[in-house]
Design a binder for this molecule. Structure first.
Ligand SMILES: NC(=O)C1=CN([C@@H]2O[C@H](COP(=O)(O)OP(=O)(O)OC[C@H]3O[C@@H](n4cnc5c(N)ncnc54)[C@H](OP(=O)(O)O)[C@@H]3O)[C@@H](O)[C@H]2O)[C@@H](O)CC1
Ligand SMILES: Nc1ncnc2c1ncn2[C@@H]1O[C@H](COP(=O)(O)OP(=O)(O)O)[C@@H](O)[C@H]1O
Ligand SMILES: [K+]
Length: 502
């Protein structure tokens, strides 16, 4: 699924009207109908109380007026408050005229803003994608008043005051803090960034039949990967496939006190469908590794406590390095030798990333299509401190294009960046995955899919990230988010991949 800018969204509306031969009023009616349907499912008219609909002067306000009419007709108690302005959009005027007289309408006025009880339901239809400048004056006062009220706010299209696709020009200007945001057709970049979480709340995208041809042709670097995405499915195994068909992976992981990382990562690699797995680990980990992962082969390093040797890479189709590795100087030398000699796909995580960050000259050695899996802290060590989430995305795109690699920037809505500069946000996963070892599991899973000769680098990585998050969602359904531990992710990789198999 693509993510478009506010400007492209306006073009998409126009293209939809043209392609389907409908008026903007009809499109707005569709939008309002979709909003109303969501309301019927979420809030029963007997329990919703009186709903206050705050309407701005443009089409966002037009949506609010149309929604007020539909909710009133469905038996909800509704009142409307209008932001006074000199001009209103044509569809706003149409929907103002068609609002039944039985719906109370007031004009917002400074010093006499409507009382909003704590817990009341308020629809924010002040501004959407047409926001042209930071909120000031009465509009800013209304938003500040709303934010103080501790109401349940449902934002239409965007929380008012928030830009769809870029940082706020005036960070001091108020933005509605919504409980829910209901967008149309496609997710917005703003929905996916941590800095906007308090404004956007829980978001949903409502289908209003926007023109697919326009979407297919629109140029954008931003994408959103969902479970149904055919581009990231796992191909079914051929009837005559055998272990060599699915690749032999090598995992360099573990150090004294961090052997669990190697065990978790190896477990994920095995559950990820690798044909054969060999782990190269420090001597201290031999017993625990062989006992907990009997399916994997095990090479032990000459050093007891950390990895200091690179084994012969001859037998392997992919190599992963990093989980629990430590940052000994001898380990840095192993990483450097790996980067200089490897002829197969590489997956680099955790301390191997920290070593790259501490020795930036090694970045020049990264083979094309190497997969790096940093969380934000590790990414900062590889690049620089971002001043906000949008800047971090700029840094991500610069990094992937410069180094021609795939970067998995981990977090909620993990961003997978490809060497051509395209970025794919992930839809699966939950905060229960914020638990030690979750990232080690992802490394093992990416490694398994990079060893699978049937998948290209981007396909393998996006699939691994999608399946990892889905495993987290399946696990959390059993354990709850707080109770989820990384081993539960390993246990659910099988069903997660099965759900993604075509
Ligand atoms: N087109 C369609 O058919 C569909 C569109 N849809 C809906 O349309 C929405 C976009 O509508 P839109 O383009 O009219 O923009 P909108 O967000 O209402 O704001 C524009 C108004 O606000 C004003 N204004 C801006 N900034 C301001 C500020 N800081 N402070 C004060 N005023 C400010 C601006 O005035 P101006 O800048 O001209 O002075 C103008 O009057 C979209 O989010 C979705 O909800 C859906 O129905 C699907 C079908
Ligand atoms: N709120 C969240 N929503 C979705 N996924 C999350 C969330 N928090 C963490 N994760 C996922 O959990 C993993 C955590 O990885 P990482 O920070 O490297 O953990 P560790 O170093 O403990 O293994 C990442 O894949 C990340 O995307
Ligand atoms: K809004």
């Amino acid at each position: 699924m693509k993510i478009l800018t506010a400007a492209q969204t306006h073009q998409l509306d126009q293209a939809t009207m043209q392609a389907q031969n409908i008026t903007s009023t009809e499109l707005m009616e569709r939008a309002a109908g979709a909003l109303a349907e969501w309301f019927y499912g979420e809030f029963h008219s007997n329990e919703a109380g009186e709903i206050l609909v705050l309407c701005g002067p443009g089409n966002n306000g037009g949506d609010g007026l149309a929604l007020a009419r539909l909710l009133h007709a469905a038996g909800y108690a509704v009142r409307v408050a209008l932001l006074p302005t000199e001009k209103q959009s044509a569809d706003w005027q149409h929907n103002r005229q068609h609002l039944p007289a039985a719906v109370p309408v007031a004009e917002l006025a400074a010093g006499a803003l409507p009382a909003i009880a704590p817990g009341a339901l308020v629809i924010d239809a002040l501004f959407g994608t047409g926001l042209a400048r930071p909120l000031a004056g009465l509009a800013a006062a209304v938003v500040a008043h709303l934010n103080q009220a501790r109401a349940h706010v449902v934002a239409v299209d965007l929380p008012s005051g928030l830009l769809a696709d870029g940082p706020q020009p005036d960070p001091g200007a108020p933005v509605v803090r919504a409980s829910y945001t209901l967008g149309f057709g496609l997710p917005k970049l703003a929905f996916l960034l941590p800095q906007n979480a308090d404004y956007v709340g829980e978001w949903h995208v409502l289908d209003i039949g926007l023109d697919q041809d326009f979407i297919d042709q629109a140029a954008t670097p931003w994408h959103f990967t969902q479970l149904a995405d055919a581009n990231v499915a796992l191909p079914r195994r051929g009837r005559f496939g055998y272990k060599n068909t699915f690749g032999h992976a090598l995992l360099l992981a573990g150090s004294r006190g961090k052997m669990g990382a190697a065990v978790l990562s190896a477990g994920a690699c095995l559950r990820g469908g690798v044909g054969l797995l060999t782990a190269h680990i420090p001597g201290v980990g031999y017993d625990v590794f062989q006992t907990t992962r009997p399916e994997a082969m095990c090479l032990t390093d000459a050093q007891a406590d950390f990895v200091s040797e690179l084994p012969d890479l001859g037998p392997y189709q992919a190599v992963g390095i990093g989980p629990g590795l430590g940052q000994a100087d001898a380990t840095r030398a192993v990483l450097e030798e790996l980067l200089r000699t490897a002829k197969v796909p590489l997956v680099i995580d955790a301390d191997a990333l920290n070593l790259l960050g501490a020795h930036r000259e090694l970045l020049e050695l990264l083979p094309e299509n190497t997969v790096l899996t940093p969380h934000i802290g590790e990414f900062t060590r590889l690049t620089e401190k971002a001043h906000d989430d949008y800047h971090r995305l700029d840094l991500l795109r610069a990094f992937i294009q410069k180094h021609r690699c795939v970067v998995v920037l981990k977090g909620a809505y993990t961003a997978v960046g490809a060497p051509d500069g395209q970025v794919y946000f992930n839809s699966t996963g939950n905060p229960g995955m914020g638990t030690g070892g979750s990232g080690d599991v992802l490394t093992g899973l990416v490694l398994a899919l990079r060893a699978d000769q049937r998948l290209g680098p981007l396909h393998a990585t996006r699939l691994a990230v999608l399946a990892h998050g889905h495993a987290g969602d399946l696990a959390a359904a059993e354990t709850g988010e707080a109770g989820l531990i990384a081993g539960d992710l390993v246990a659910h990789i099988g069903p997660a991949l099965q759900a993604l198999t075509v």
